[in-house]
Design a protein. Sequence first.
Length: 607
Amino acid sequence: MKNTFKWGFAFMMITLFLLNSESNKQNLNDSRDSFPEIIDTTSFTRYFKNLKKFSGNVLVAVDGKPIYEKSFGLANIELNVKNTSETKFRIGSITKQFTAMAIMILQEQGKLKVTDKLSDYFSDIPDTWKDMTIHQLLTHTAGLVVPQQMAGWQDSMMLYRPFEEIIDNLKTQPLVAAPGEKFHYSGLGYFIMASLIQKVSGKTYCEFLQEHIFDKAEMENSGCDTPNEIIMNRASGYSGNEKDTYNSKFIYGPIRTGGGNLYSTTGDLLKWDRALYNNTLISEESKMKMFTPYGKERQARIFAPGKNYTGYGFIINKSDLGDRLYHSGHSPGFRARIDRCPEIRLLIVILTNDDITPPQLFFNFPDLVIQEFRNYKNHDDSDFDNKDNVHAELMHSYTFDNVTANDRKGKAHGKLIGGAKIRDGHLILANQGEYVSLPGEKININSYASITLEAFLESVTEKSPFTMFSYFGDSVEYFATNFIFQSVMNGNLTKATINCTNNEWPLDGSSEVSYWPLNDGKKHHIVTTFDNENMRLYIDGKLVGENSTDGQSLNIIANISNKLAFLGKSGFEQDRTWIGTIDCFNIYEGVLSYKAISQSANKYLSK
């Protein structure tokens, strides 16, 4: 009970940072009790426990103060040592922001300029490198190769040799583009800058970072990862799959100096966050140069939703909540992620000592936390009612009051498959293969001008199958096509998704809204609305996310196939069926208002 109050109180504080007027700032202490609890942090813990074999530390902080901090799994499996807040993890490419900071410190010291060319400092470099600038190295626009994609690179990482030797070996590689021509992510540029830092400072890279960054920011648990050094509380890294776990491949950390050789803790990265706010290391002017979005907008899977640009050591995401500064990192057996949102002074850090879980599953976590802030900022009942002032007509309403899925409105009755059972008015889907088949052609969902799908259900507490509790679309071989679906546990997310692009997996053309997974064993009211432009997802009467089709012109209702319609099953042949209980399922033509959705949720959840 005390912890619930503690976290609830902390999140009340979060919302205050979303109010920018001076009067709101002045009334901060007086007003805090008027703000509702916007996040139940138990969903944070549940999110990571749902990830199979997830091992690591997670921290969420606002204004430099932790509001959620949790350790999962083991730092060393063989010795049965748990991860704690003191556990040190390799942070991979998050190292790059420290290298960028070192460059900015040297620029303030007058020892270099980011506009300088490599030929100003190195004589023994290829002609193709001579016109490269430090700025181009910082922004991945120098045209350098990606070492990890080269034959033999993985094996070379196991050898004890200095990183300068690695740089020498890569000098013979052709450029992928002329310097300054385009963005092409490459750690080699940061290896080169580590060598430059050593050359102009007269210190080793590690010595320079220790003196000018770690000591000044009081980061006592960060440093260069070297295998021969005794580093207390250093985690072991693990690889494997869902069934098997094994020690990750050894790499010699120093050969990634500047681009991926550091270790740290969640607590130290919080100190790093504070140092950036307080300008402890460099001036505000220099810091803002690090955080300036350079070049063209980036589009790639590693980036956050929306418009992304390159900064110095950070990716910069433009959003309605201001700039989001983030980066991920990977070393064999380790993954890492840091997200900073200066406008709302939010920090999210994830450090893991396993690379078993697909990275997108736990990198979704920052998106979900940030979405909670967005929900609160945009929440206005009257505004939503104005947006949704569309007549919504109930077309089909499925209840389970006898031996079938009875459509009490449209008479498009469903058929129980695989032993699905009805008990006391509830559809019970308890075993694999149990679902309800609906007559898609009779429902004729693609004739609607807009859609509302409303579900009254109860989730299960186990790690339920990654599949849909409602699905309308088609299936080609084992791929689902031209569909709209809802799920409470799909890729460790609650989702509403439309995809009418006929793509095979992966479904790059999907438009979707995501939220925390709902496998808590509780009743939930889930509503998806879609009007050919915007999709919204409501959980228990609260808008938890919305998204536009964002240029996906094929994702419209008219392109949804009427061929298949299911409750408790998807159109993906390889998927298992959904496990849970459905009390009622409604299909509307039109968009239900926010008020109507809230009233329906309250009525159901109060029973």
